[in-house]
Ligand binder design. Sequence first.
Ligand code: ZN
Ligand code: FE
Length: 239
Amino acid sequence: MITATPVPLLKDNYAWLLRDDSGFTAIVDPAEPGPVAAAIDAAGGTLDLILLTHHHGDHVAGTDEIRARYSAPVVGAKADAHRLPKLDREVWEGSEIDLGNAVARVYETPGHTRGHISFYIADGGVLLCGDTLFSLGCGRLLEGTPQEMFKSLMRFAALPGDTLVCCGHEYTESNAAFARHADPENLDLLAYAERVTELRAMGLPTIPSRLSDELECNPFLRAGDVASLADLRARKDRF
Ligand code: ZN
Ligand code: FE
């Protein structure tokens, strides 16, 4: 079974340290070498794999340094190989990646970027969704269409409710402000937003969140169709 631990870095990013009971260790989106190496060393000092969700610098900038330091192979989207750090393994929709005793399945989840991929690990219920889904929000449509983002989000929505949403940013508190504006009558959202405020006041991460909470509270996951999602995303961009 995989456990996922957030590694805070840069201003509001998270890399994710994945470990299984056999000691297998992987890191997702090692953008900043210092905090990532500290987390790996605290967990035993070995690294078996580096996983990349998408090509943005705030997700991949530390990749080459971490690869060199731990001699760990790098896995990323074949579709974006030309703009990712050098990949040791290229993956696509349906690819399976061995993580010790667990397996990560690759979902192509375009919307934020064309080549964005996510990793779902059923054993542990871990979803590594980069900048596609955030707690109470979703990624900006920098390259993709509302249709693509809708489809990506609906795939996440079909996963088990206890799935842990391990996204790439601590945006929850500011996302909550827009979510409450967009869905003012939602009492589940009100309660969730209060919890978020408390966690942040204590300096604690709000991530991972639970998919069941996102399904109740995240307006982007609750948008019933592409047009509503497009409208929400446009309003959030101006909010
Ligand atoms: Zn990004
Ligand atoms: Fe990002």
